[in-house]
Each structure stands twice: as structure tokens, then as C-alpha cells.
Design a protein around this ligand. Structure first.
Ligand code: GLY
Length: 587
């Protein structure tokens, strides 16, 4: 069955109020996380009338800017940035992983390129139960944890069909950074330190990311600001630049993967890599207070649940609730998130394998769910039954790139190797970190994955199936013209980060930099706790506690990038998340 999740009719649409995104942020009363300094607050944005690119790493953003300077469009910039992130930020993403790319071209057409990993042909429902009993290890680390990577094929397709430059040109800055080395960020060093035990199990991997300490002579991971050179990865990029993606999917990379898998208990074969295909999907669309929201369809749960939560929230006047008592607004948003995540666990999976009900983003279903929300207390929730649901069916990973140009090309690209350094190994001789996306399946029924997510039969492991994702590349239109794009990293928090950027920008009228910097809360139904970023306003915390939320504090709520466009001044504003050392730039 192919992509049965289709665009829904947009009925029962209600406009309760409408804040202009360009309206000044006048009520600067929301708290910000302690970790975000005033300096960060002022410098997490950039403006330009020509084009814009935002990512989590200054070198990667520069690669995008370089693509613009070479005559490239937003697609060329986004792919050059993503390929450079695969070198300088490869604990989050890379060509050993997968991605979703949402493109709006200058003619106003939308394209959703699915480069999500696929389960190898020998994978089956009991794969992880058979090898690990009840222990989660093999779905997270080592050979069995990896799905067949799709990112490179999707990047190549995006540039070929929608860009003006070439894949070779997009690889250039990344290849240079790999060959000459770059000083690693504090976040990179911390992530390396945090995964050193697993990574040291793989000698070819340790050889790249570990070094001899000059004073103690002990072998240890590279540290903050030390220069990391990745010669094998540089050679891989050079080979792809010269021979195209065939070198990866039908040549040396596929051969090396087959060999390593056989030697290390994996099941991925040369044929699995060669047979990998991207899928062109139909974006998910809904409306929200007069805006059109365009998101990524299943196997991402992101587009569906961003739309579903917004549909529920449309039943409430959030600004009024916020003005009454901020905790009231946060409570309503948390309860809406909870309802959506209960549905996610039950209804979502790869639409090429299972039925995903169209009714999840039905406006009438949202009204029904909204009626379950009690303004004074939390309500226990189960998944609902959306219309037309056929009764027989029953920290700190991933990265997002936002790009736009004055011709009207917009790109929202979320890419990942799943958790930090993916499956913690490289295919020897290639420098490519392999993903651990198999953990996004329900590897063992009833057992939460690395993000604490539980799921059902629809997301069980099957040969050739794509694991359910939360990645939510999103583009927002007003009167048919793009005015905002956002996306994020952080597992299931991606969905709620994107929601907060939209709510803060559209409902509360904050500029995009502020909207992204605000403290966030997250609810994913299971576990039942409401997660609050560390320095939420104490009055909000009190208000949520009085409504019986079980609150847990969290220092990490993911990383979000976005670009807004002011149709009056015709200016882009790009913003990176001040929770990291990113960069937004335009010419
Ligand atoms: N690997 C995280 C996600 O796709 O949701």
C-alpha cells in the first residue's frame, strides 16, 4: 500500500483571533532558560532580503552561504549545510543516517523527500527479542541497530531535481573540513565523552575519535577545541563527488558495509544498500487561525501531530488564556500534546506497511479531543478513535537546517543518525558513522525506546519498513506565501518544539528568535510526567502543579531552527536555537 495518508478536507475551520507575526513582541514577560544569556538572546538571529540559512554549526551555515554565493538556491544551501554538518556535527547527522526534506519551490509547489532509513531485508518482528531478550542494547549500539541509510540519496535527489548547483559542489566544504580538520565544539566534546564506553568497542571508530593525551599518554576522546581530522570521511566525500551516489549505494561503501556486517553480527547486505530508495510523499496540510501549515507525512509522526495539536489548540484562545494566567495556556497545550502522543503510540507507523487513519487531523476529531481538556486539572487519556479509522487496524541528537531565498524557494530539512553518534561505529575505511534508527521501531513490545516512547504493532520491525519518526520539518503559509519555516532536534520533543515555535510566533506574536528561545514544556503521554525546562516562571510551575501535573524538570529540550519572512519589508529573519552554538546568516 502506498502512502495512504492523504491531505484532509479542511472543514470546521474556526478563526478565534489572529496575531500578526510581524507585530512587535511587546509583552516580554515569559521566562527564558537560565542557560541562555542576554548576549545569546540578542545574537541568535540574522536578517537579509536576499536569502537565509540557519543551522546548529557556524561552519555548516557558512557552507550554505557559500552555496548562495556560487549562485545556488535555498536547496543547494540546505544540502551543502547538511553535508557539512555530517562532518563537523556528525554525532547528530550524516550520510550514514536518514532525513526528511520538505521543499517549497519558487512556483509554489511542495515536495516531501523521504530519506528515512529502511530495515534490512533480513529484519523481522522478533529480531531484537531473539537477540536481546528484554535488554535494549542491540537496537541502540552495533551492527543490528542500523537501518539502511537514506540521507545521501535524498540529498542527491534534492539537488538534482530542485537545486541549481551540483552534489559535488555541495560536498566541497564538508570535504575540506574533514580533510583539514576543525576545532570541536563543547557539545561535540561532551557527546564524545558521554559515548566513549560504547564507541571504544569498535577499534576503527576509536582510531578516529580518540587520541593519545599529550601529557598522560593515555588514549582518550578528543576534547573541546582540539582539531579533529577525518581523512577517511574526506576520501568518502571525494569519492562521492567524483563518482556520484553510486559509489555509496552500488559500490565501495555498500561492499564495505556488507563485509563489516558479516564480521560483526549484522544483517545488512550489499543488496540492502543497493536497493535503498527514497520516496516522494504528499505533505500533510492543515490550517491554523488563517495560516496554512505544511508538514511531513508518515513515516514521520511529526507533520500529523503538529497539525493535530494545532487543530485542538484552535478551539482555545491561547493569548486570552495566557493573559488570564500563563499556567492556564501551558496546561491546555500540555494536555493537547498528551492526547496527540496517545494517538501516536497507537495509530502511527510506516504508511507503506500499515494503515494510518486520515481522520487524525480531521477538524471535527480535534473538537472532540478538545472537549476532553479540563482547564482546572489533568485528565487521564487513552488514544482516541479518529473518523474513518478502520476498526481492523487497530538527548540531543538529530539536527535541523532551515533555508530560504528571495525567489521563493524554502527548505526545511531534518536529518539524523538517531541518538548521539548513532550505533557508535563507523564502517571501517569510510569514516561514516552509522545510524541506530532501528531503535525507533518498537524493538521489544511494551518496552520504551531510547526516548521513552512506547508504540504498537503498526511500528513493529519488518523487512524494508521505515521506523516511525518525530522529525517535523514545517513550512507555514499566509495567503499562499511562505512566512515561516521551523524544525528541530530532540526525538519526540521535536514535535513539541515545533509547536512552541509556531504558538509563540503566531499566537503570542514573538519574533522568531524570541519564539525559539522561550522555555518549553513537553508531554508525550507516556511517561506521564510533564517535562518543564529548568527555569520556567515559578508562577507557571505553581499553576501547573495546582492542576495536578506531575512535573519533572529538564535541562535539555532539544534544538530548534527557523526562518520567518516579513511580507511588508520583504525581509528574512533566520534564527538558531540559543541553547547551542549555531548560526543564522544571509547575504
Ligand atoms: N530518530 C528520531 C526521530 O526520527 O524521531
Amino acid at each position: 500500500m502506498n502512502n495512504r495518508f492523504l491531505v484532509l478536507g479542511l472543514f470546521a475551520f474556526t478563526i478565534t483571533f489572529n496575531s500578526s507575526p510581524s507585530q512587535a513582541w511587546q509583552t516580554a514577560t515569559l521566562e527564558r532558560p537560565a542557560s541562555v544569556s542576554q548576549q545569546d538572546r540578542l545574537s541568535n538571529t540574522a536578517s537579509s532580503k536576499m536569502n537565509m540559512i540557519a543551522s546548529v554549526h557556524p561552519l555548516a551555515t557558512r557552507a550554505g552561504l557559500d552555496a548562495f554565493a556560487q549562485g545556488g538556491n535555498a536547496v543547494d544551501a540546505a544540502i551543502a549545510t547538511a553535508l557539512t554538518l555530517g562532518v563537523v556535527d556528525n554525532y547528530n547527522s550524516g550520510i550514514g543516517g536518514g532525513c526528511f526534506i520538505l521543499i517549497r519551490n519558487s512556483a509554489g509547489e511542495f515536495f516531501a523527500i523521504d530519506g528515512r532509513e529502511m530495515a534490512p531485508s533480513a529484519a523481522h518482528k522478533n529480531l531484537f527479542r531473539d537477540v536481546q531478550g528484554s535488554i535494549s542494547g542491540p537496537s541502540r549500539t552495533g551492527a543490528l541497530a542500523s537501518g539502511v541509510p537514506g540521507a545521501l540519496k535524498a540529498y542527491g535527489q534534492a539537488v538534482e531535481k530542485h537545486g541549481r548547483l551540483s552534489l559535488k559542489s555541495a560536498l566541497r566544504m564538508g570535504a575540506k573540513a574533514a580533510n583539514e580538520g576543525f576545532p570541536i565544539t563543547r557539545a561535540y566534546a561532551d557527546n564524545l565523552q558521554g559515548t566513549k564506553r560504547q564507541m571504544s568497542r569498535f577499534p576503527a571508530t576509536a582510531k578516529i575519535f580518540f587520541r593519545e593525551d599529550p601529557s598522560s599518554k593515555q588514549i582518550r576522546p578528543y576534547e573541546f577545541d582540539e582539531k579533529l581530522v577525518q581523512k577517511d570521511l574526506a576520501a568518502t566525500y571525494a569519492n562521492i563527488a567524483q563518482k556520484g551516489t553510486d559509489w555509496f549505494y552500488h559500490g565501495e561503501f555498500a561492499k564495505a558495509t556488507d563485509k563489516w556486517m558479516k564480521e560483526n553480527g549484522g544483517v545488512m547486505t550489499f543488496e540492502d544498500v543497493s536497493n535503498y530508495q527514497t520516496v516522494d510523499r504528499t505533505p500533510v496540510r492543515t490550517t491554523y487561525r488563517g495560516y496554512e501549515i505544511v508538514g511531513f507525512p508518515p513515516p514521520s509522526s511529526g507533520g500529523v501531530h503538529v497539525a493535530q495539536v494545532l487543530n485542538i489548540l484552535e478551539q482555545f484562545d491561547l493569548k486570552q488564556l495566557y493573559d488570564d494566567e500563563p499556567a492556564k495556556m501551558y496546561h491546555v497545550v500540555a494536555e493537547a500534546m498528551k492526547l496527540a502522543f496517545a494517538d501516536r503510540a497507537y495509530w502511527l507507523g510506516d504508511p507503506d506497511f500499515v494503515e494510518v487513519p486520515l481522520g487524525l487531523i480531521d477538524k471535527n476529531y480535534a473538537i472532540e479531543l478538545a472537549q476532553r481538556i479540563d482547564l482546572s486539572t489533568v485528565v487521564a487519556s487513552q488514544h482516541g478513535t479518529p473518523p474513518n479509522a478502520d476498526s481492523e487496524f487497530f538527548e540531543r541528537h538529530t539536527t535541523h537546517v532551515a533555508a530560504a531565498d528571495a525567489d521563493g524557494n524554502w527548505v526545511a530539512l531534518t536529518t539524523t543518525v538517531n541518538t548521539t553518534f548513532g550505533a557508535k561505529y563507523v564502517i571501517p575505511g569510510t569514516g561514516v558513522i552509522m545510524n541506530n534508527q532501528m531503535d525507533d521501531f518498537v524493538a521489544i513490545p511494551g518496552k520504551p525506546n531510547a526516548f521513552g516512547l512506547v508504540g504498537g504493532e503498526k511500528n513493529s520491525v519488518e523487512a524494508g519498513k521505515r521506523p516511525l519518526s518525530s522529525m517535523s520539518p514545517t513550512i507555514v503559509l499566509r495567503d499562499g506565501q511562505p512566512i515561516l519555516t521551523v524544525g528541530a532536534a530532540g526525538g519526540p520533543k521535536i514535535i513539541t518544539e515545533v509547536l512552541w515555535a509556531i504558538i509563540n510566533h503566531l499566537d503570542l506574536g514573538m519574533p522568531i528568535g524570541e519564539a525559539i528561545a522561550q522555555p518549553r514544556l513537553h508531554h508525550q503521554w507516556a511517561p506521564t510526567d510533564l517535562l518543564l525546562e529548568s527555569n520556567f516562571d515559578p508562577n507557571v510551575v505553581k499553576g501547573l502543579t495546582s492542576r495536578n501535573h506531575s512535573i519533572r524538570r529538564s535541562s535539555g529540550m532539544g534544538i530548534c531552527q527557523g526562518i520567518s519572512f516579513d511580507p511588508v519589508t520583504k525581509t528574512f529573519t533566520g534564527a538558531y536555537d540559543p541553547r547551542t552554538t549555531g548560526k543564522a546568516m544571509g547575504q
